[in-house]
Design a binder for this molecule. Structure first.
Ligand code: CAA
Length: 277
């Protein structure tokens, strides 16, 4: 059994099964080299309470630090991914209290996770829920998934990167309709617009993500991390700086045993055995 201490709470997981104390907002387990994290507040449609976010970040960071884990899958339930930040947590908060909470510092920590994160999204992904999916690297969506930034309906606007990441993913004009008028888009539209990687039948939303994660976990782990870093750089920099950056990471991989193993295995017509070095 694997016991992960998350803040003041212990999250327990077994290989091969999802487990944990029912009231914990985050459940986690390991499956081979894949770390699986699940949002678990069904009574509030997985609204991202402060406690949930605290545990989520701690769990993601503990998987990121664990050399036995190569890829992370983040899922909600089949019914809902997440209906956003917890409105009840912040309805009566003052601007000063919101500032002091510094909740977006936690989101920054998710941005810093170096291992690939696959989001398995089914049902609503709204507000902070949509933003959380966009913090991941690959989004597998069930055909029931619905994406939206409806903050405008409750007197605010996206605060965890929605105006930036959504615009980069689907373009200004579609993003404007979602952000300014709270329009929800279906999984099919999200795929057509470039917001999700792939749409699958709802009963496969998790298994498709786990299968992909398992395949990816067989890849050389250092190359996985550096390749993720290089793709993310494309959002942050000019083309020529991005190309320079990519080239440096590419050369860096020639310092790894896994590069030698991968290329030798190809030449020798055998399967590579990567060591993460
Ligand atoms: N925060 C807190 N509680 C929430 C919630 C949220 N974001 N979303 C749903 N819930 C709770 C409801 O209050 C309700 O609880 P009770 O039974 O105790 O009343 C329970 O979850 C079920 O919700 P509904 O009865 O509303 O379910 P529905 O099927 O009728 O509607 C929904 C589903 C359309 C998703 C609707 O719940 C909804 O609009 N939720 C809010 C979506 C939203 O505005 N998200 C943005 C939040 S702000 C944000 O995320 C800021 C940011 O950028 C960080």
């Amino acid at each position: 059994m694997l016991v992960r201490a998350v803040g003041a709470v212990a999250i327990m997981g077994h290989r091969g099964t999802i487990s944990g104390v029912m009231s914990e907002p985050i459940l986690s387990e390991t499956r081979g080299q894949v770390g699986v994290v699940r949002l678990n507040r069904p009574e509030a449609l997985n609204a991202l309470s402060l406690e949930l976010m605290k545990q989520l970040v701690a769990t993601l960071e503990s998987f990121d630090d664990d050399p036995a884990i190569h890829v992370i899958v983040l899922a909600g339930s089949e019914k809902v991914w997440a209906a956003g930040a917890d409105i009840k947590d912040m309805a009566e908060a003052s601007a000063f209290e919101m500032y002091e909470r510094n909740q977006f510092a936690r989101w920054e920590r998710i941005r810093r996770i170096r291992k690939p994160i696959i989001a398995a999204v089914s049902g609503y992904a709204l507000g902070g829920g949509c933003e959380l999916a966009m913090h991941c690297d690959i989004i597998i969506a069930s055909e029931t998934a619905k994406f939206g930034q409806p903050e405008i309906n409750i007197g605010v606007m996206p605060g965890a990167g929605g105006t930036q990441r959504l615009t980069r993913a689907i373009g200004k004009f579609r993003a404007m309709e979602m952000v300014l008028n709270g329009r929800f888009i279906s999984a099919r539209e999200a795929a057509e617009f470039g917001l999700v990687s792939r749409v699958v039948p709802k009963e496969h939303y998790l298994s498709a993500a786990l299968e992909l994660a398992e395949e990816m976990s067989k890849r050389p782990p250092l190359a996985l991390k550096l390749a993720k870093e290089a793709v993310l750089k494309a959002h942050e920099t000019t083309l020529s700086e991005g190309l320079e950056y990519e080239r440096k990471l590419f050369y860096m991989l020639f310092a790894t045993e896994d590069q030698k193993e991968g290329m030798r295995a190809f030449v020798e017509k055998r399967k590579p055995e990567y060591k993460g070095r």
